[in-house]
Ligand binder design. Structure first.
Ligand SMILES: *Cc1c(COP(=O)(O)O)cnc(C)c1O
Length: 221
């Protein structure tokens, strides 16, 4: 099947309130243009330099999402255009994003990455650290960021029950935290679910899925 057909199939299988992020990491601009021409406008990348290069070459109405781990010293390269940063995992990083967004007179939307998997390899903050940040006075000073939701990655396993437990955990943390609405904390997004588990994630309350290989085919690293 073509990229356009893959996209169509996925979109026909997900509810309207769920946003599809097409994960285009490692894929060439030609492949991404195929998805663009089929109507897709939201793309996710996990390396800042790669996202900047693609942004420079591609139509400017694309919304670029940074879905990977973010190094603080590289935020400046994407601050001018990034539309959503999924993997924010510290207050220090939020501060740097705020600083760089200010230079461009923008507000950058961020998701806090919460560690739900029981694998050491996965990034993310504890639920307590997340609560602490969202309730802090210091957050209110960051006028150039807005925390719009949470993101999580389930354990890489065949055990559907475990994945479900982890997704349910993220959703319940979200439900608990979303009562904390302030000017720069407006929780509305639960980013969870990838090619292998997005249906399950949606059943568990995901509002944003990040799908790569089911659209673009397997990646060659
Ligand atoms: C690569 C990646 C995805 C997409 O994975 P697929 O299994 O190809 O759909 C989703 N989220 C993150 C954070 C990723 O790095």
């Amino acid at each position: 099947m073509s990229i356009a057909q893959n996209l169509e199939l996925i979109l026909s299988n997900i509810p309207k309130h769920v946003t599809l992020v097409a994960v285009s990491k490692t894929k060439p601009v030609g492949d991404i243009m195929e998805a663009y021409n089929a109507g897709q406008r939201i793309f996710g990348e996990n390396k800042i330099q790669e996202m900047v290069d693609k942004h420079n070459q591609m139509p400017k109405d694309i919304q670029w999402h940074m879905i990977g781990h973010v190094q603080r010293n590289k935020v400046k390269y994407m601050a001018e255009f990034v539309s959503l940063i999924h993997g924010v995992d510290s207050f220090k990083l939020l501060k740097e994003i705020n600083k760089q967004a200010k230079k461009h007179d923008r507000i950058i939307n961020c998701l806090l990455q919460i560690k739900i998997a029981d694998e050491d390899s996965k990034f993310g903050m504890s639920v307590n650290d997340t609560k602490h940040i969202l309730q802090s006075e210091a957050l209110k000073e960051l006028k150039h960021i807005c925390v719009t939701g949470v993101m999580g990655m389930a354990t890489f396993t065949d055990d559907t029950n475990q994945i479900k437990r982890e997704f349910n955990q993220l959703k319940s943390v979200f439900d608990e935290l979303k009562t904390l609405q302030t000017k720069n904390c407006q929780l509305q997004t639960v980013s969870m679910g990838m090619s292998g588990d997005y249906q399950l994630a949606i059943d568990c309350g995901s509002t944003m899925i990040r799908v790569g290989s089911s659209i673009f085919g397997t990646r060659n690293y």
